[in-house]
Design a protein around this ligand. Sequence first.
Ligand SMILES: [Zn+2]
Length: 177
Amino acid sequence: MTEVTAPLSWDEYFMLQAMMASFRSKDPSTKVGSVFVDSDNHQISMGYNGFIAGIDESKLPWTKDLESGLENTKYGYVVHAEANAILHAPRSLTGSVCYVTLFPCNECAKLIASKKVSEIVFLSDKHQDKEHTRMAKRIFDLTEVKYRQMEVTPTLLEKLQQHLGSLLHDVNCGGIK
Ligand SMILES: [Zn+2]
């Protein structure tokens, strides 16, 4: 008998969820998404980077140019993906796993470690040489929050594309008028 396996692992599933969350971000330069998952593989919370929920976004800047002063850049006002997910979590995050598309900064690391999250699974580590990443790793090492990088392979994206294609095919054959 052939073994029946899921077309994607839990790691792949939740990283795709984090990628979908990042798709919601309005930040023109860096879009980050995160999801927190419990030990039963149930999603607890999700978040993406953006201004405070409900705020008049037209009155805030997206610029990154720090020469004009922090108050005139996005850095003064954006809530990071992990922080948003933590703020909106309906229950405890103790022992959870955080899937995130970019390695957390030190500010988010403080929140993640305080919430007793057990592990970070991240996609990109593009800021690994920056101070805020080194501080985040120091926080995680001291608080025993594990972290590991995961790869999203082109094969997974091909499988996803095929799957979405067949779903849409079913919809179209179902007689959209
Ligand atoms: Zn952060």
